[in-house]
Write a protein that binds this ligand. Sequence first.
Ligand code: NAP
Length: 265
Amino acid sequence: MRLANKVALVTGASRGIGKAIALAYACEGADVAVNYLHSMKEAEEVAASARKMGRRSIAVKADVGNKSDIDHMVAAVMKEFGRIDILVNNAGVGMVAPSAMLEESAWRRGIDVLLTGVFLCSQAVGREMIKQKSGKIVNISSVVGLGGMPERAAYGSAKAGVINLTKVLGCEWANHHINVNAICPGFVRTDLVTELMSRGLYNEKELLKLVPLGRLGEPEDVASVAVFLASEESSYITGQAISVDGGWLAYSYLESWLETAKERA
Ligand code: NAP
């Protein structure tokens, strides 16, 4: 097992990508703290699944947009497990709004949860990792942090900020043997995306025209990369943002060209 005897804290692990990462970590031998905000029952079920695999696991409530909640969460995890080897900053909300109409309060909440929360969790856990002289931090950014997607002013700015924060902390904490990397998922089939689809903001058929690998991502596609970035296999990688997007960002031609190329192949 690649994460035997490690302790991981995964934010936003009650559902979606965070849940898949928490379970993949447990499967690889790690004890896991499952953070949630609203979905207590789901978070308790994730922790119960990890315990069924023979791991120690607790569910911890905290709003990552709130510093006092973060401090209590990290203290609770330290009390339970005595250390934190892996932090995954995954908690997040989808935010889509025309920029001209975006309320200041929505902008601030988006930045608080999606960027400041990543910094404050990394700072609180990083202080423990510095004492331990080792650690792995995996930040879940987005392809939206790498390109300009309309109506994602707060979301895209926060996700771009997470990528730079990843580089800053990766360099700054390298001498403490703390690796800091980011994953930039494309469209992954979770509640976040299905909710936007049900509102008519995305259409799966149209999205797939952008993705050379021809399917939406699944939470497990992200989780397997998160396992790699938490394991010793990635010990010489830090400050990187890795896209897990089915080739979406690599592809910059017309839809018809991709179709023609597929027919010719
Ligand atoms: P999801 O299925 O909607 O799950 C979101 C998770 O984040 C839930 O566990 C939720 O907990 C938690 N959460 C939300 N706000 C929180 C807060 N303030 N404090 C603590 N936990 C909070 O979303 P997802 O698709 O798995 O997204 C996970 C991450 O991947 C996000 O950072 C998202 O931006 C990023 N991402 C997703 C996609 C995609 O296509 N799905 C693409 C790129 C990036 P509760 O339910 O308990 O409230």
